[in-house]
Design a binder for this molecule. Structure first.
Ligand code: SF4
Length: 324
């Protein structure tokens, strides 16, 4: 039997190429594991409860992004968290024995309160304090053995293991302790060199057309010391080069030609745009196929059904050992 994986993303709007390596990793995993990929729409409310988000549309948009990268609903379950109510029930039951101090010491808790507080958001809420527990419920409800995450998420998985251990100790051994699977996620800057983010308007969207890719790449910050085409360059300070390292197979040649002043920045950018387009063109094609046949709702409905079948079994066990 294949091991199970759960992973999810908050529906925060269309994805950009900074998310691509995570999704490409999911595409690989769907062949090796029994995968549950959730658009975690309730999580979006833990920080964005005042934002009047259209979560239904944002969820569909995110599922479409995932399908465009190559997730295959025949191989994995793609669903909205809010359509599998077992996540909420398990969250509630786990909350009965979760010490508040465990939640308060999750590293992201204080950091985010401070960071988002300075942006005017009040996160002194029950929902925000409890979001790592909701995340634990998301994982445990599938008895996931493995959770693909970035390094910054490791404390959440450790917290999830602690919850599993406490449950198994208090009631009965129901939950396996999930392990993190750290994917290699190269950190791509935005075109202006800051963190890539839709809110900074410095990202290349997964849906970008060849013209949009070209436009964004032309905006990329290069080596400021290069004035003339034959000036020796310093690729290590250039945003274009950081992208070449991921998207261009002949990156060593590019580095050498830049250092020796044998390639101009205009040509170098044009070449990068072509290489990015080679990766995004198949995504655009798949996206069109899924969007034009309006199948996303069906994918989400079938995914939720698959997810409920597994989550329901777990809840049956949980209720029984808890005395219901
Ligand atoms: S040649 Fe390419 S890598 Fe070198 S500074 Fe210009 S854009 Fe950057």
């Amino acid at each position: 039997m294949k091991k199970r994986i759960f992973s999810g993303m908050r529906p925060t709007g269309s994805l950009h190429i900074g998310h691509l390596s995570v999704l490409q990793n999911w595409v690989k995993l769907q062949d090796e594991y029994e995968c549950f990929f959730g658009v975690v729409d309730w999580h979006a409310l833990t920080t964005g409860y005042e934002d009047k988000l259209n979560l239904k549309e944002l969820t569909k948009e995110m599922a479409l992004d995932w399908l465009s990268v190559g997730l295959d609903p025949q191989k994995c379950a793609i669903f909205a968290q809010s359509q599998v109510k077992e996540h909420a029930e398990l969250h509630l039951l786990l909350s009965m024995f979760t010490p508040i101090s465990w939640l308060e010491r999750v590293p992201t808790y204080k950091d985010q309160i401070q960071q988002l507080g300075s942006e005017g958001k009040d996160l002194h809420t029950y929902g925000f304090l409890g979001y790592p527990l909701l995340m634990a419920a998301d994982i445990l409800v599938y008895k996931a053995a493995v959770v693909p995450v970035g390094e910054d998420q490791i404390p959440h998985i450790e917290f999830c293991r602690e919850i599993a251990r406490r449950f198994n100790h208090l009631f009965d051994k129901v939950f396996p302790e999930p392990k993190e699977l750290i994917g290699e996620v190269p950190l791509l800057p935005g075109v202006d060199g800051r963190k890539m983010s839709k809110s900074y308007n410095n990202a290349i969207s997964l849906t970008a057309s060849p013209d949009e890719i070209g436009f964004r790449v032309r905006q990329m910050v290069t080596d400021p010391q290069r004035i003339r085409k034959d000036d020796p360059g310093h690729p290590e300070v250039c945003v274009v080069y950081k992208f070449h390292k991921i998207y261009s197979p002949d990156v060593t040649t590019i580095e050498q030609e830049c250092r020796e002043g044998k390639i101009g920045c205009v040509a170098c950018k044009k070449y990068l745009a072509e290489n990015i387009d080679k990766v995004l063109a198949p995504c655009r094609e798949r996206r069109q196929m899924w969007a034009s046949e309006d199948k996303v709702e069906q994918v989400l409905a079938e995914g939720a059904e698959k997810a409920r079948a597994v989550a329901g079994q777990t809840l049956d066990e949980v209720r029984k050992v808890m005395g219901f």
